[in-house]
Write a protein that binds this ligand. Structure first.
Ligand code: ASP
Length: 313
C-alpha cells in the first residue's frame, strides 16, 4: 500500500482575466472544482483505483456546463458538438481515446471502455459512436448540449471567421475550458484523464491534443500522470505530457522542474499557451501554466485542499 494518495484536476487554462471575474462566477467555479475533487478523492480514499478516481472527477466536470467538455462543449463550424477524451493507466500503459464523437453524455466513459473493452487505443466519429452504443453508454440529444452563451460565442466566431479556444482573449470573460484529472491511488498506481469540446467554430475535422496520448494525456507508474489544457497544436508538437515523463525518467528532473521546463520553456518558446496538472509516484503535485490563469484544484494525504484560478489564488 502506498503511504499517500492524491488527486489534481483542471477546468482549462487561458486568458482568464481577474477584471472580468465576479465573485459569483468565482464561487460557481470553485464549487464545481470542489465537487469534482471530492468525488475523485472519495474514490481514492475508499481504496478505488486512480483510474476510477480520474474518470469520476472528469465525469462531474463533463456534466457541468461551466466547462468545455461533455454538456458544456462548444460549437463546431457546422453548429454541432464534437467531443474528444482520453484515459491512460500508468500501471499497464494501456490507454483509451475518443475523438470527434457526438451525443455521448460522458466521453470519458467511452475512452475508458475503449481501453478496457477493445483492442484499440483511439476511435473516432461514427465508429466511436457505434462502439459507445455497443457498450450501452448513455446518449443525450442535441438539446442537452445546447447552451445560449456557447451559441453566441459560436455566432461571434462565425462573424469574425475565427476559430477560438474557449478561453481566448476576445471572448468576454465567461471562459471555461477543457477538463482533466490525474491521481495516485493506495496501490501506487497513477492515471490521467482529459476531456474537451475542442475549439469554437472549428473546421475540417481538426483534432487537438486532448485525445492524443503523449500530447494532452500521459501516465506511467515509473514517473508521473499528466493532463494538459491550452493551444492543442503546440501541445501536440511538443509531445508535452510525455515530455514531462521523459524528463523525469531520462534526466532525473523532479516533477515540478519537468513541468516548469515544458510549460515555461519548451511550449513558450514555440508560442504555446496553456498549462498542465501532474502528479508523481511520490504524490508530489504540480499545476503549472503560462497563461493568465488555470481552473485547478488538488488534494493529497496530510495536505490542505487547494482550489485556485489565478497565479496567486
Ligand atoms: N487543448 C484543447 C484543444 O486544443 C483545448 C483546451 O485546452 O481548452 O482541443
Amino acid at each position: 500500500m502506498a503511504e499517500k494518495i492524491g488527486i489534481a484536476i483542471h477546468g482549462g487554462a487561458g486568458t482568464i482575466l481577474r477584471s472580468k471575474m465576479t465573485s459569483e462566477k468565482e464561487r460557481l467555479y470553485s464549487k464545481a472544482l470542489q465537487e469534482s475533487l471530492t468525488a475523485g478523492w472519495d474514490c481514492l480514499s475508499s481504496n478505488k483505483s486512480s483510474l476510477d478516481a480520474v474518470e469520476r472527477a472528469v465525469e462531474i466536470l463533463e456534466n457541468n456546463s461551466l466547462f468545455n467538455a461533455g454538456k458544456g462543449s462548444v460549437f463546431t463550424n457546422e453548429g454541432t458538438h464534437k467531443m474528444d477524451a482520453s484515459v491512460m493507466d500508468g500501471k499497464t500503459l494501456k490507454a483509451g481515446c475518443v475523438s470527434s464523437v457526438s451525443n455521448v453524455k460522458n466521453p470519458v466513459f467511452l475512452a475508458r471502455k475503449i481501453m478496457d473493452n477493445s483492442p484499440f487505443v483511439l476511435l473516432s466519429g461514427k465508429g466511436a459512436k457505434e462502439f459507445a452504443e455497443k457498450m450501452n453508454l448513455q446518449f443525450e440529444d442535441d438539446k442537452y448540449f445546447f447552451d445560449e452563451y456557447r451559441y453566441e460565442q459560436y455566432l461571434n466566431a462565425i462573424r469574425g471567421d475565427s476559430v477560438e479556444l474557449d478561453h481566448s482573449e476576445n471572448t468576454d470573460g465567461k471562459k471555461f475550458g477543457t477538463v482533466g484529472a490525474v491521481a495516485l491511488d493506495c496501490n501506487g498506481n497513477l492515471a490521467a484523464a482529459t476531456s474537451t469540446g475542442g475549439m469554437t467554430n472549428v473546421k475540417f475535422g481538426r483534432i487537438g491534443d486532448s485525445p492524443i496520448i503523449g500530447a494532452g494525456t500521459y501516465a506511467n507508474n515509473k514517473t508521473c500522470a499528466v493532463s494538459c489544457t491550452g493551444d492543442g497544436e503546440y501541445f501536440i508538437r511538443s509531445v508535452a505530457a510525455y515530455d514531462v515523463s521523459a524528463l523525469m525518467e531520462y534526466k532525473s528532473l523532479s516533477l515540478a522542474d519537468a513541468c516548469e521546463m515544458v510549460v515555461h520553456k519548451k511550449l513558450k518558446n514555440i508560442g504555446g499557451e496553456g498549462g498542465m496538472i501532474a502528479i508523481d509516484k511520490d504524490c508530489n503535485i504540480a499545476m503549472t501554466f503560462n497563461s493568465e490563469g488555470m481552473y485547478r484544484a488538488s488534494r493529497k494525504t496530510n495536505s490542505d485542499i487547494e482550489i485556485k484560478i489565478f497565479d496567486d489564488n
